[in-house]
Ligand binder design. Structure first.
Ligand SMILES: CC(C)(COP(=O)(O)OP(=O)(O)OC[C@H]1O[C@@H](n2cnc3c(N)ncnc32)[C@H](O)[C@@H]1OP(=O)(O)O)[C@@H](O)C(=O)NCCC(=O)NCCS
Length: 181
């Protein structure tokens, strides 16, 4: 898959035009800003990353796109990068058929349908990559995440009690999977 390739465009529930595409080199500063906004919120990321770290991550992400080792999808609204997501193929010889999914939407752009559309594309792409099992995990109190994963076909298959300790309290981890026929 080429970098910067538009995969789908759509309008959100509130009329904003969204472009879903693979990332490209020119996204570096925007991705850094997005990742660090998530770190500030303390969702997905727990610490801010440097430009150097993000450059290294993007370099790997772009080369893995070409090798079908991973798939990366970003969302653009106007000229702003507002979401990032990925599938990573299992590295062990026994897990090459398994893909792990991650997704995060910037605050201010949630609950308008972007996450759901991105998940649909990740699943389509997982099939193209020949993956058989998709996995992801969520904080048990992340209701909107669990809702969209179930909406696109994931099933809850496990719960690790008190897996996370955040803001002075324990939260369970929910394990979800999707089998691709
Ligand atoms: C979780 C996340 C990816 C969802 O993406 P999104 O773009 O906000 O999702 P959508 O707008 O497509 O859908 C949100 C859905 O959650 C529902 N929702 C919102 N709050 C909810 C709640 N408290 N309980 C149940 N459902 C809820 C909405 O009604 C909507 O469902 P609907 O379209 O069927 O009505 C996004 O909120 C996010 O990035 N959050 C921060 C990072 C994160 O949590 N990443 C996931 C880690 S597992």
């Amino acid at each position: 898959m080429k970098s910067g390739k538009t995969i789908r465009s759509f309008s959100t529930k509130d009329g904003r035009k969204v472009v879903l595409r693979t990332p490209k080199w020119e996204d570096l500063d925007d991705l850094l800003d997005l990742i660090n906004s998530l770190a500030e919120e303390r969702v997905v990321m727990t610490r801010k990353v440097s430009l150097e770290e993000e450059r290294e991550w993007l370099s790997k992400a772009l080369s893995s796109l070409g090798e079908s080792e991973a798939f990366h999808l970003v969302a653009e609204v106007g000229d702003k990068l507002v979401a990032t997501s990925e599938i990573d193929r299992g590295q062990s010889v026994y897990e090459r058929h398994v893909g792990g999914i991650g997704i995060a939407i910037r605050d201010g752009f949630r609950d308008i349908g972007i996450g759901t559309e991105m998940m649909k594309i990740l699943i389509e792409q997982a099939r193209i990559m020949g993956l058989k099992v998709l996995t992801l995990s969520a904080f048990a109190n992340n209701k909107s995440a669990i809702h969209i994963y179930e909406k696109v076909g994931f099933k809850q298959t496990g719960r690790i009690p008190q897996k996370f300790f955040k803001d002075g309290k324990y939260t369970d981890e929910i394990i979800m999977i999707m089998l691709l026929e």
